[in-house]
Design a protein around this ligand. Structure first.
Ligand SMILES: [Ca+2]
Length: 389
């Protein structure tokens, strides 16, 4: 029997495989037909049946090709599998098919009164080519206050700490450069756009959230520069900034989704308005918005604002000759003369607008929920998001 196996192995390595005929196994011409040598986890004449309870295990199989030769596993251990495949066994705390996602922690300490720098990758050179997306101080080991008193220069592979700070620092990394949220389900991500703009934002079900309000903690009555560069915090309320939004939009065609949630007096329901195309012009055209292809449940309140430029309290680009809509309504927006949607208007602590038209309203909600009209109903939550199509 052993001799037979050895003979087959020699045959297998010396013959070219006939791909496809053995379901990943090795096909060998034999007595005018094809004999299949199945991988350890498959059986049957054409290797289509699973072998119960058997995992792929290289140690019982010849190395037809050395798939590990290219060192595909970063810091993990590579095992050759049948058929030119490999499997990575990752170090503790590292995951991913190529051990490319995880956390690398190291100690950096400044003993006396001088600042110090530490090499990030000294003990993990394989991580140099991965995408690092955040760094944290895991544990402080000295009385000196390290918090905020350290920084990282990733391109040079160093971390610096201020005098007296000793601590354990951790770097999170992965292999993928994230361009938008299309491949991300939920959570905060670091976006790196094709023009090398890097910023953090939040993803929700594959949508990139560029504006979010839910408690009024961030003031949205701001000037042009703030809307250009962004404000707030991705863990709270924020506006991502037109510069960031535009750098994402360069990646392709995007659709727009707006979600609105009522207060309990209207059942705390969430409805949405989607626009199948979104075009946002650059600053030279005052971030003019163009949308089309409405669908949804919240009503189309953007119809009136379509093709309008953005106005802020300090820049009037609306079509109203008498004054600035943004100051009259206390909110930046793509005002015409003025607007059916006002999601950057003043946040109310209840559904009732202190002053009609000066709150976070959406006029075309399918039911009348405000009194006397929907210009007097201020929503509890809103989100504005984009997704590549
Ligand atoms: Ca005006």
């Amino acid at each position: 029997m052993l001799i037979y196996v050895v003979a087959v192995v020699i045959l297998a390595t010396s013959q070219h495989c006939l791909a496809g005929s053995c379901n990943g196994g090795i096909a060998i011409p034999w007595n005018g037909e094809i004999e299949c040598i199945c991988p350890p986890h498959k059986q049957g004449k054409y290797c289509v049946e699973d072998v119960p309870g058997v995992e792929i295990c290289n140690s019982s199989w010849p190395e037809i090709q050395n798939a590990c030769a290219s060192n595909p596993c970063y810091g993990g251990e590579c095992i050759n599998l049948f058929g030119g495949n490999y499997k990575c066994f990752c170090k503790s705390g590292i995951t991913g098919a190529r051990c490319s996602e995880g956390t690398h922690c190291f100690t950096c300490q400044s003993m006396n009164r001088i600042n110090t720098t530490c090499a990030i990758f000294d003990n993990a050179p394989h991580l140099r080519n991965l995408n690092f997306h955040s760094a944290v101080l895991k544990q402080k080991k000295s009385r000196a206050d390290c918090t905020g008193n350290w920084g990282i220069q990733y391109s040079e592979g160093i971390l610096w700490t201020a005098s007296g700070c000793r601590g354990t620092f951790c770097i999170n990394f992965n292999e993928t450069v994230v361009r938008d949220c299309n491949d991300q389900l939920d959570g905060n991500v670091l976006i790196t756009t094709m023009d090398d703009t890097v910023f953090q934002t939040q993803c929700l079900n594959g949508w990139l959230v560029f504006a979010k309000r839910f408690d009024g903690s961030v003031d949205f009555y701001r000037n042009w520069e703030d809307y250009k560069s962004g404000f707030g915090d991705v863990d709270g309320e924020y506006f991502l900034g037109f510069n960031h939004i535009l750098s994402v939009l360069k990646h392709g065609s995007y659709q727009l989704r707006i979600e609105l949630t009522t207060w309990p007096d209207q059942g705390s329901v969430t409805k949405y308005a989607e626009y199948s195309t979104l075009d946002l012009a650059g600053e030279s055209e005052q971030f003019r918005i163009t949308v089309s292809g409405y669908s949804g449940t919240a009503g189309d309140s953007m119809w009136y604002n379509n093709n309008m430029k953005f106005s802020t309290r300090d820049q009037d680009h609306d079509t109203r000759s008498s004054g600035n809509c943004a100051t009259q309504r206390l909110g930046a927006w793509w005002h015409k003369s003025c607007t059916y949607a006002h999601l950057y208007g003043p946040y109310m602590s209840s559904s009732r607008c202190d002053v009609r038209l000066k709150c976070m309203y959406w006029h075309r909600w399918p039911q009348r929920i405000g009194s006397p009209d929907n210009y007097a109903y201020s929503f509890r939550e809103m989100r504005m998001m984009i997704r590549r199509v």
